[in-house]
Design a protein around this ligand. Structure first.
Ligand SMILES: CC(C)(COP(=O)(O)OP(=O)(O)OC[C@H]1O[C@@H](n2cnc3c(N)ncnc32)[C@H](O)[C@@H]1OP(=O)(O)O)[C@@H](O)C(=O)NCCC(=O)NCCS
Length: 195
């Protein structure tokens, strides 16, 4: 079963079909609709755009978001402490920093997240980087990840880069969306005794 996506952008007047919302959309929210023929009951996926702490719906906070990412990024996860630093950066209003987070939820259950950061650079280093993208396992393969990446790209200016391990099947998804390999990332990891 795949979801059919219909995106409601803030301020747009596009039709929501037959879906009856229990509450009106707030600024920054989009809705992804699961069609009738695939589900007896429509379970819309709401996507929340987060720039600041106050944008979080009441059922998510930085700690639960970091825990979600730590769990659902497996086997490519970072530590919760590093994930929290990334979340803080995305919500920073400091010069040259910031970005945003998209949270996808069914009801009050988080099912997917993308964290986009502004790099403060352009040209050789793209303006934006997708730091984290994860969808919880029971909702994978239904197009949620693709929609989150496409929505995130649509909501930022400039180019976007991301890092993906060569053996991660997500590479196919990124290629489908239009990401290509411009350079191989090579990294010098400083050893403890050099610091
Ligand atoms: C990568 C991820 C976000 C994709 O989300 P999704 O909702 O399953 O993505 P979609 O349904 O839009 O697209 C499916 C594609 O995702 C990729 N994919 C990666 N892992 C997958 C999984 N476990 N199940 C299904 N698809 C997966 C495949 O490329 C697949 O495309 P394909 O069917 O052509 O092979 C999700 O699988 C995930 O959270 N994986 C673990 C964390 C991770 O690897 N994050 C990326 C780090 S760079």
């Amino acid at each position: 079963m795949k979801y059919l996506f219909e995106i409601q952008h803030p301020g747009s007047t596009s039709s929501l079909g037959e879906v009856k919302l229990s509450q009106p959309l707030e600024s920054g929210e989009v809705i992804i609709i699961c069609p009738k023929e695939t589900d007896a009951e429509l379970s819309p996926i709401f996507v929340y755009e987060i720039h600041k702490q106050k944008d979080f719906p009441e059922w998510v906070d930085v700690d639960s978001l970091a825990a979600f990412l730590h769990e659902n990024l497996k086997p490519y996860e970072d530590t919760q402490a590093d994930i929290k630093k990334g979340i803080d950066y995305a919500m920073s209003s400091a010069e040259g920093k910031g970005g945003f987070i998209l949270l996808a939820g069914i009801g009050q259950r988080l099912i997917g997240v993308v964290v986009m950061l502004r790099t403060g650079m352009q040209g050789y280093i793209p303006e934006n980087v997708i730091l984290f993208i994860a969808v919880e396992p029971s909702n994978r393969g239904k197009g949620v990840g693709e929609q989150l990446v496409r929505e995130a790209i649509a909501r930022c200016d400039g180019d976007v880069k991301l890092h993906v391990e060569y053996d991660n099947p997500a590479k196919r998804l990124y290629e489908r969306i239009g990401f290509g390999n411009k350079y191989a990332e090579m990294r010098y990891t400083r050893r403890k005794h050099e610091e």
